[in-house]
Design a protein around this ligand. Sequence first.
Ligand code: BES
Ligand code: MN
Ligand code: ZN
Length: 496
Amino acid sequence: MEFLIKSGTPEKQRTACVVVGVFEPRRLTGPADDLDKAADGYLSNLIRRGDLEGKLGQWILLHNVPNTLSDRVLLVGCGRERELGDEQYRRILAQTARTLNETGSMEAVSYLPELNVKGRDTHWKVRQALETTQDALYRFDQLKSKKDSTRRPLRKMVFCVPSRRDLGPGELAVQEGQAIARGVSLAKDLANMPGNICTPTYLADQAVELATRFPKITTSIMEEAEMKKLGMGALLSVSKGSREPAKLITMSYKGGKKSKPIVLVGKGLTFDAGGISLKSAPDMDEMKYDMCGAASVFGTLSAVAEMNLPINVIGITPCSENLPDGAANKPGDVVTTMSGQTVEILNTDAEGRLILCDSLTYAERFEPDVVIDIATLTGACVVALGSHASGLLGNHSPLVHDILNAGKHSGDRAWEMPLWEEYQEQLRSNFADMANVGGREAGTITAACFLARYTKKFHWAHLDIAGTAWRRGKEKGATGRPVPLLTQYILARVQP
Ligand code: BES
Ligand code: MN
Ligand code: ZN
């Protein structure tokens, strides 16, 4: 889809549809008022008669509005002006995108970025508008034999900004927004792909493909033989119960001079049945999403490369399946990790930390500036935070702060949990250096405590995305989170 920036009056737009907002109760926004004046009170009459209250989620589509050059005018309810914050703004945009797409406007000129959103500038409003529009229009229909395709889909969107001065920031926002939106959509595509297609080998192929699309990205795939040489006993113990070989993918984006890289480590369980500690049947299909951490690393690298940012970023994604099998991990097994520390596997379903710990040790060799791991690590995180915030824990508070801020800015928020020493006790084992589970209490924290034992040599943060990476129920599907957060974090590092 194509996006453009423009400034100008709404009645002069020669397009399929002009989009303007109406506040509750029955109050026209500036651009709606401009249209109304040109049309001799046509809109205000309509509103006065009660056709649109202006509540969030409401809309009406008008045809042949007098003295205007567009085929249609879409009036969108924006709620109360005083209450217009980030969340409301995004809902207005998503509603608009879906409505335009379903009512036959293949192109539109939108005045929504001219709305006043508390504390937000034009650059932010345009970027959000673009990301939200693309998010709302996303479909995964690659595997349907009959696609229910929209007859006249939205193809081109022009965002209007208040003055010519805003054109520069607006255009930059379009470039960034497109890169982020494409990253999000790549992450969604990989995540939605089922486990029988999206295997560790499939992800490795996709990583090679990413490197052919972006000359500044190089990919290398580590096979199990090499993992064995490096002593990655924890990672290999998970994959030995599967017929699909594990792959440790490293994607390196070189955009900076000699600066130390930001290293992203993404959990890539292409299916997590739990292993011998088998999960129960309900919703087990959702465990195809257990590679969403890896998918977010792909998406972020794609966004960073598309923006050509002057920084070095390395993505490491350990990829494996976790299945029950005669060769699989058994409760009580003890494995030796690449770090030399030993782990008693009390629950084979706590496999994410096993593939991550060796990958984190491996990350040391890149002399990272910071390491951020991203993982659908614990069901406990869904209980604690639901689907609105990702769990965040780390060993360096400036890094944690930067990530929290990137979350707020991008609308892809995280919430910090404590990584206190006291919790470490729960990982005590009678037979090894540590157990891989810490009991029922504070499951998200003890999982992070486990990882903390492998990240002592660098600044590190952990994002538990078990609640945010996909939507459950009728609208089941990947969200592409936390690509917006990670990309914003990197953008802020480049332009502080
Ligand atoms: N991938 C799961 C975590 C998960 C479960 C994410 C449900 C989203 C929804 C992870 O590998 C896992 O099974 N974790 C266990 C850990 C436990 C055995 C300590 C869990 O959360 O139950
Ligand atoms: Mn598991
Ligand atoms: Zn898992």
